[in-house]
Design a protein around this ligand. Sequence first.
Ligand SMILES: NC(=O)c1ccc[n+]([C@@H]2O[C@H](COP(=O)([O-])OP(=O)(O)OC[C@H]3O[C@@H](n4cnc5c(N)ncnc54)[C@H](O)[C@@H]3O)[C@@H](O)[C@H]2O)c1
Length: 298
Amino acid sequence: MNVKKVFVVGAGFMGSGIVENVAAKGLEAVAYDISQQQLERSRKGIVRSLEKQVKKGKISEGDKTEILSRIRYVTDITECSKADVVIEAVAENKDIKVSIMKEIEKHAKEEAIIASNTSSISITSLGSVFKDPERFVGMHFFSPVPRIPLMEIVRGYQTGQRAIDIASELGEYLGKTCILAQDEAGFIVNRMLIPMLNEACILVERKIGTIEEIDMGMKKGLNHPMGPLELMDMIGIDVELAVMEVLHEEIGDPKYRPAVSLRRMVDSGFLGRKTNVGFYVYNEDGTKYPNPKLLELR
Ligand SMILES: NC(=O)c1ccc[n+]([C@@H]2O[C@H](COP(=O)([O-])OP(=O)(O)OC[C@H]3O[C@@H](n4cnc5c(N)ncnc54)[C@H](O)[C@@H]3O)[C@@H](O)[C@H]2O)c1
């Protein structure tokens, strides 16, 4: 594989996972964020994740040190000039992504490909800001990135075959099965997943079941590893709302209209695991209990 260095823009939940995955596979990884605090949070999270793997005997203490030595944290975007692949993983907001794309294009080397990890925003529309849109492709990872073995490669109308080939080769090198999706909102997986998650919110609003019963239903009844409400807390309620808004606007079908409670939760700061409160409240010792504020609804 010719890719040796990957530059990741945005060191939040997904960016951190991508950086860890890249470094664990022996490649150089650079994490960039506008927030120094977020970079520090990312660094601590990756150390914690690797320590867990050492405890479980999956990697050695030496592996951990080597993986960490392959990661750099920067607040200067011009450093993307040495990367073979630049992956954008900032907030799910088109304006922010477009301004970042313009910056990346100024500094990335000509032969580098540029990818977005967007869950819902059109790759064609993001690619339209580039002088050379052929180099731009969707690389949609799933969370938690180091453990989930799937990547959607998204072809925008102007994406070139070279970008698809390099993205697929990198995805497979990172341990993912790559599936190719055309550029329609939600691609393949979110197109199916989002209505299910939205329906779970509506069940909570209508008290059809308790928070725990709704999750239990999907875990025991359909063998899902996590319930839909647990999954939303992991993904981030703000991210879910942003994705649903794009799907609803683009597809128009009312089944994509975000449940009212999602907006209320974002306004309340109930963003899921990232704020320790979502559908559940998360204790420091790793235990959790249903959010009493949501139980008081109606
Ligand atoms: N959360 C998921 O499970 C998931 C899954 C697949 C794809 N995605 C997509 O990945 C992207 C990131 O999601 P996330 O969950 O990691 O979000 P997040 O909120 O955890 O992280 C976003 C990061 O972007 C940074 N950021 C914001 N503006 C920036 C700028 N102008 N320059 C540099 N950094 C900036 C923030 O400081 C933050 O660290 C979104 O497009 C989302 O749709 C998320």
